[in-house]
Design a protein around this ligand. Structure first.
Ligand SMILES: [Fe+2]
Ligand SMILES: [Fe+2]
Length: 257
C-alpha cells in the first residue's frame, strides 16, 4: 500500500544530513516510482536524481521544508533518462544558483531539454570526479553501461551512502511499496527482470561491484525501489555479482537460442 510520505532522514550528524524526499500515492498511477535524495552540508545542498515533471511539486515541497532551494549547489544526474532529467527546466528556475552535473557524454544533448543550460552544466569525465559540498565530498563513481553508456553513481563520503542510480532498482507491482529492504530474498523478485533487461553488461556489473566493495558503503540507495542498509548491502552486492544481464543473455531471451 502506498501512502503519501514526506521526506525521511537517512543520516544526520548535526552538520551533515541526508534525506530521502518522499512519495505521493498518485505517482503509482503515472509512471515508474522514483526516489530523490537531498544531501546538506552546512548551508550547501545537493539534489540527487531530481526527477521528471510529475514528481516536481512533491520534491520541491519536501526540499523547501529542509533548505531554501537557493542553497542547492548541485543537481546531480546519474544519466540522461526522462525519469531523472525531465524536470530540469523547473529546477533551473527554482534553484537559480544550482549547476547541473552529468556525464560529459550527455552535456551536448542537454540543451535540447533546457534552454537555460548554457554556463550551468558540469560534465563529469569518464573516470569520475569529486564534488565539494560544504566541508564534505560527493564522489561521482563510474557506473558506465549500468545502464547508460555515460552513467555515474554518487558516493557521499561523510554518510557512507552510495546513490546507485538504476543499479538496485526495484519495479514494484501496483499498490506495493516499501522504503527499506527487509526481506532480501523476497525483494529480489522485484529487481531481477529490471536488471536482466535494463543493465547492459555482466562484465560492467562485476567491475562496479569490485569497485563499490572498496568504498565500503553503509547504505545503497537506488533511484527506484527500496534502500539497502545493514546486512542487505552485502547481500545485494553478492546478488549482483552472480547475475547475468544485457548483452550476455539477450540472444536466448530474444531469439530463444
Ligand atoms: Fe535509467
Ligand atoms: Fe531510472
Amino acid at each position: 500500500m502506498i501512502r503519501n510520505m514526506n521526506s525521511y532522514p537517512l543520516y544526520d550528524d548535526g552538520e551533515h544530513k541526508v534525506f530521502w524526499l518522499g512519495i505521493e500515492e498518485s505517482e503509482d498511477e503515472k509512471g515508474i516510482l522514483t526516489n530523490q535524495y537531498l544531501v546538506v552540508d552546512g548551508n550547501e545542498a545537493a539534489l540527487i536524481e531530481p526527477g521528471g515533471f510529475f514528481v516536481f511539486s512533491r520534491v520541491l515541497k519536501n526540499v523547501s521544508s529542509i533548505v531554501p532551494p537557493t542553497q542547492i549547489k548541485y543537481l546531480l544526474y546519474s544519466h540522461q533518462d526522462p525519469d531523472v532529467v525531465a524536470g530540469l527546466n523547473l529546477w533551473f528556475e527554482y534553484a537559480p544558483l544550482a549547476k547541473l552535473v552529468i556525464s560529459e557524454l550527455w552535456v551536448r544533448f542537454i540543451p535540447h531539454l533546457a534552454v537555460l543550460s548554457a554556463g550551468r552544466t558540469i560534465g563529469i569525465p569518464d573516470r569520475g570526479a569529486d564534488f565539494k559540498l560544504g566541508k564534505s565530498t560527493i564522489r561521482a563513481v563510474p557506473s558506465h553501461y549500468l545502464h547508460s553508456p555515460g552513467n555515474f553513481s554518487f558516493y557521499d563520503e561523510k554518510s557512507g551512502i552510495l546513490f546507485s542510480s538504476d543499479i538496485g532498482a526495484a519495479a514494484f507491482s501496483k499498490d506495493e511499496w516499501y522504503l527499506f529492504v527487509e526481506d532480501f530474498d523476497e525483494h529480489v523478485r522485484h529487481m531481477e527482470g529490471f536488471h536482466r533487461r535494463y543493465m547492459s553488461s555482466t562484465k560492467a556489473l562485476k567491475a562496479w561491484v569490485r569497485h563499490v566493495r572498496k568504498l565500503k558503503p553503509r547504505v545503497i540507495a537506488p533511484q527506484h525501489g527500496a534502500i539497502f542498509r545493514d546486512e542487505h548491502v552485502g547481500k545485494f552486492l553478492n546478488w549482483l555479482e552472480s547475475l547475468e544481464v544485457g548483452i550476455d543473455v539477450f540472444e536466448k531471451e530474444f531469439y530463444g537460442e
